[in-house]
Design a protein. Structure first.
Length: 401
């Protein structure tokens, strides 16, 4: 699972919610660096991940990752130990899966000796993610695009609460890729010399994966049956460059508890448009993790044990927009011809040299008069000629053309 996005969201919310229930003061000297925990144990056999952070002010760089902590999950008198792989990210030493009817709880000890523990939770009921599908639609904002929906059904009527996450992977084709590259022969003024060489590798086609940035919930509690039908998990405008060629989405469905649903639903209420920037705070969002020595200490986060199911689909732009123009590219591909020498007396080479050195722009073609006062080469933003500025040239293992 990819939970970094939730950590960022919780940190942002924590920075705003802090301990204030009165008018919020951005200069508040009593800012509390609250502990932030993101921990979901599932019925998948894998190395599970837990993220431990502290909320931070926007001016704090880098964010407050909690390092050197002791992290473990206890279930049926068995302790599953987690090791820190990168700052603030703890991964279980052994692969394991949550088992039905086993109570689990989370324990964290920070390196300053503070102890935190969660309430006990058990694995929720398993519900299959039956369908994941894409439809071309016009959304409520009047945008033409591709909507991604899911269906599921629990005949036992015991699931009722669901949370969805997704990873989206898409092909990127650099629209102004060429097989030559500019390089610096000499930058020792007045010998400002550049040349062209073949590209060392083809960097025209890349792949990029992004993780869902939102908390997506639904409940069937008020329905006559436990059926999720045509639930929207993502919408992509026809102006979104992600769908320009080939697009894949991997959706995870989590059956969550009523308490987890209440927590995430409350969190969602704080990220509605404009609410985070209100001067009136709605109060602290309590999860199920507490400080052992001081139960009054505020901790942001929820430890949940959730049954999960997942599906992946692919589609091409032509499946929905055959013969129609592609969406605008990720960046405007504005052409320019930076000068090799400065237009004023100087003992340094012109802007073309540092542009090539820093790969701020890349070569497109020779300047044969399109820019009369420009340098020898027409250059474009790096992403327009080198897709590695946006993704990786190596297709993911799961990728299917």
């Amino acid at each position: 699972m990819k939970h970094i996005k939730i950590i960022c969201l919780l940190a942002l919310l924590g920075a705003f919610l802090g301990s204030c229930v009165e008018e919020f003061n951005f200069e508040n000297e009593t800012f509390e660096y609250l502990l932030v925990v993101d921990a979901t144990l599932t019925d998948e056999v894998k190395h599970h991940e837990i993220y431990v952070n502290r909320v931070h002010k926007f001016e704090d760089q880098p964010p407050n990752k909690v390092t050197g902590a002791s992290v473990k999950i206890i279930g049926n008198n068995t302790a599953y130990i987690f090791e820190e792989k990168v700052s603030g990210t703890y991964v279980s030493v052994d692969s394991f899966a949550a088992q039905p009817n086993v109570p689990y709880h989370l324990e964290i000890t920070t390196k300053d000796g503070s102890n935190y523990t969660s309430s006990t939770n058990q694995l929720t009921a398993k519900t299959t993610l039956d369908n994941l599908y894409a439809l071309r639609e016009v959304n409520d904002k009047g945008e033409d695009g591709v909507a991604l929906y899911v269906d599921s059904f629990d005949p036992s009527n015991t699931s009722n609460y669901y949370r969805y996450e997704f990873d989206e992977t898409f092909k990127i084709v650099a629209p102004l890729w060429v097989d030559e590259d500019a390089y610096i022969v000499s930058d020792n003024f007045p010998d400002c010399i550049v040349g062209l060489q073949p590209r060392s590798e083809e960097i025209k086609i890349c792949y990029r994966t992004e993780t869902s940035p939102v908390i997506n919930l639904t409940t069937t509690l008020e329905l006559t049956e436990d059926r999720v039908e045509k639930h929207l998990v993502n919408f992509l405008s026809n102006q979104d460059y992600k769908i320009s060629y080939r697009y894949s989405i991997f959706v995870r469905q989590y059956v969550i508890s009523e308490q987890a649903y209440a927590f995430w639903n409350t969190m969602n209420s704080f990220v509605e448009e404009g609410s985070l920037f209100s001067q009136v705070q709605g109060g602290f969002v309590a999860g199920n993790i507490t400080a052992t020595a001081n139960p009054a200490e505020k901790v942001i986060g929820f430890f949940e044990v959730a049954a999960t199911d997942s599906k992946r689909i692919y589609f091409n732009y032509n499946d929905f927009y055959a013969g129609e123009p592609l969406p605008p590219y990720a960046v405007p591909c504005v052409k320019s011809a930076p000068n090799l020498f400065n237009n004023f007396p100087s003992d340094k080479c012109g802007p073309l040299i540092p542009i090539i050195r820093n790969r701020a722009r890349v070569y497109l073609r020779a300047n044969t008069g399109q820019f009369p006062s420009g340098g020898p080469y027409i250059m474009v933003p790096t992403a327009c000629g080198d897709c590695e500025a946006l993704g990786s040239t190596t297709p993911p293992d799961f990728w299917i053309e």
